[in-house]
Each structure stands twice: as structure tokens, then as C-alpha cells.
Design a protein around this ligand. Structure first.
Ligand SMILES: [Zn+2]
Length: 327
């Protein structure tokens, strides 16, 4: 195949293109090394309000042509351009979370049709590793998260491989909820979740930075973390150093914080990344005059991953994303 743009480095070149995303063109940049190797795809902005990954992909598109030693990297800057246009998580006109729509449906809702096209494209390109770029919240520590492999003959080996690759980010690595909740929350229908569970393809998610705006520090960190995964997969040099926020001593998994039983102002008492012990107060609910009406108390030892991006919460709100040892 002849490259559509001149070779920009000694080892690799870029082929611009797009995926026909059913009424919306999804940009696609392929960086192809002259040396054979793994086929990796990297997608960003599937949640339209999570924008830092778009800029991470742009950085990778500039860096990889000179640095890719072997293999192929397909870069998809936005898997939800219409959501990006509207500054919203979902595809306009579809209530389905676009990252709970996989493997998609050619005759389904807009999110399902888009998912189907992306799924077919990743399959046609022989993708062996997929990296999904997200952002959790302003009040979140950076982390990588791996899906539960709940089916497939080599489930255990694939799960371990995903964790190893995620360790390449240099960030804290979380595993998803236990299998029963993983399935109940439809996480096996996320793009990485469907890839590991339906196709046996290694996949992981990187969650770095605030939503809704591009943050220079988050772009630096997200780029370094992503290159670290590519290095761990043997495509290039550039292992990511352990980040200052990284939590050792795991394995850790995602867990929801205690739920509120009242409505009020949610006031976190700990910072993202901070350790706590069972019985510690994590946050309190206050009235506007400062009266504390509820304390949200830890039921286990762990650390804070993220606080929700909201001030006043209703009754029944999960007050935080936490991490607990994955026994
Ligand atoms: Zn997201």
C-alpha cells in the first residue's frame, strides 16, 4: 500500500483516513512501521465530553512516525464527534451510553449503529490491542482500568495480559467491579469490555484529566501513559516511569462509595489518591448554613479514586469512586 503522505521518519509513515460512522465521518490516522509487529488501535472521546484524549491522539500522531519501531497503530481521535460538538457524553438523540453499545447493531439506535461500524473496522484491521482514552472527573486521580474477562477459553491469561499492559502506563491500575456487577452494569458492552469478552483481544482504558476542557498536564500524562503501553507491547521505546500518584500494593479494584440517605452539599474530606481505613469519614453532607446532616463512612480499607463533579447531591447518590483490594 502506498502511503498517502510522504514518509516522515526512517521507520514509519502516516496514512490519513476515516471510518464511515453511519452519517458521521470518524477520522482515522494509521501509523505504519516498515517492520511487522502488533496491530494496535487507540480511540478517544467515545464520551463526547471527555476531550483530553483527542489531544493525546494528536500528540501520538506527531510522535509515532519517528518512534514506531514495529507494528501498526490506528489512531481514532474521536469516536463521538457529534457528542463532542454538543459537549455531551452521549450521541445527540440517543440515550444509550455509546460505551455500552458494543458490539453494536447495524439496524439499531444511532449509538448501536456507530458501534457496529467501529467494531467491524477494528475487526477488519486485525486489531490485537485496543487502548481507550477517557477522563473521569476533575476531582479524580489518574488511573488505568482493566475489564473483567468473564468468558473465553483463555480468560485468565487474557486478564493477566491486560493488567501487565496497563502497568505500562505507570499509573495506578484498577480492575473493574466483580463479575456479577460488571455484567449488571453492562460493562461487557463497553468497547474494551466487548473486545476482551467477545473477541479475546487485549484492551484497557486510561482515565486521565478533567472533562470538558483540554488540560496541558493531563495531555502530557495521558500521552506518556499511552506510549508506556505501546512500549510494554513492544512497538516502541518509551517505558513510562511510575507516576507520583501510583498506588502499589494491589491488586486494586473499583468500588462505589457509600450512598447518601439525605440530600445536601457533598463536601469531600479526603483528596483523590488519599488512603482511608474502615470507619473513617470520607465526606459529609451539609446544609447551606454549615450544619452536618450526614457523614459518609468507609466500610473497608482503600483509597479515593474520584469525587463526582457535583456540589449538591440527592438522596441515594454514590458519594465517590473508591478503590478496594481485589481479593
Ligand atoms: Zn468516559
Amino acid at each position: 500500500m502506498s502511503p498517502l503522505s510522504p514518509r516522515t521518519g526512517p521507520a514509519a509513515w502516516v496514512e490519513p483516513g476515516f471510518v464511515d460512522g453511519v452519517g458521521v465521518a470518524l477520522p482515522l490516522l494509521t501509523v505504519r512501521s516498515a517492520a511487522p509487529g502488533p496491530v494496535v488501535a487507540i480511540g478517544a472521546n467515545i464520551h463526547g465530553d471527555e476531550v483530553n484524549g483527542v489531544a493525546v491522539v494528536h500528540r501520538l500522531a506527531a510522535w509515532l512516525p519517528q518512534q514506531l519501531a514495529r507494528g501498526v497503530v490506528h489512531l481514532m481521535p474521536s469516536l463521538n464527534p457529534r457528542g463532542l460538538d454538543e459537549g455531551q457524553r452521549r450521541i445527540p438523540g440517543d440515550d444509550l451510553d455509546p460505551n455500552r453499545a458494543y458490539p453494536g447493531n447495524a439496524a439499531g439506535s444511532p449509538a448501536e449503529r456507530l458501534a457496529w461500524r467501529v467494531w467491524q473496522e477494528l475487526r477488519a484491521r486485525g486489531t490485537q490491542l485496543y487502548i481507550d482514552l477517557h477522563t473521569d472527573a476533575t476531582g479524580a486521580m489518574p488511573y488505568a482500568i482493566v475489564d473483567r474477562v468473564v468468558q473465553g477459553s483463555d480468560a485468565r491469561a487474557l486478564a493477566e495480559r491486560c493488567v501487565r499492559l496497563a502497568e505500562g502506563t505507570g499509573l495506578t491500575v484498577l480492575r473493574e467491579y466483580p463479575a456479577d456487577r460488571y455484567l449488571r452494569f453492562d460493562l461487557h458492552r463497553s468497547l474494551p469490555g466487548a473486545l476482551v469478552n467477545q473477541r479475546g483481544v487485549a484492551a484497557l482504558t486510561i482515565e486521565v484529566g478533567p472533562r470538558r476542557c483540554i488540560d496541558a498536564e493531563a495531555v502530557d500524562l495521558g500521552t506518556q501513559a499511552t506510549i508506556g503501553v505501546l512500549a510494554a507491547a513492544g512497538l516502541c521505546a518509551g517505558a513510562a516511569p511510575p507516576h507520583g500518584s501510583r498506588k502499589g500494593g494491589g491488586p486494586w479494584r473499583r468500588e462505589g462509595g457509600p450512598r447518601t440517605t439525605r440530600a445536601g452539599l457533598l463536601v469531600p474530606l479526603l483528596r483523590p489518591g488519599q488512603d482511608f481505613h474502615r470507619g473513617d469519614s470520607l465526606a459529609e453532607l451539609r446544609e447551606l448554613d454549615g450544619t452536618v446532616i450526614e457523614r459518609l463512612v468507609a466500610r473497608f480499607d482503600g483509597f479515593v479514586v474520584a469525587w463526582p463533579e457535583v456540589g449538591r447531591v440527592g438522596s441515594g447518590t454514590t458519594c465517590a469512586t473508591l478503590a478496594i483490594r481485589d481479593e
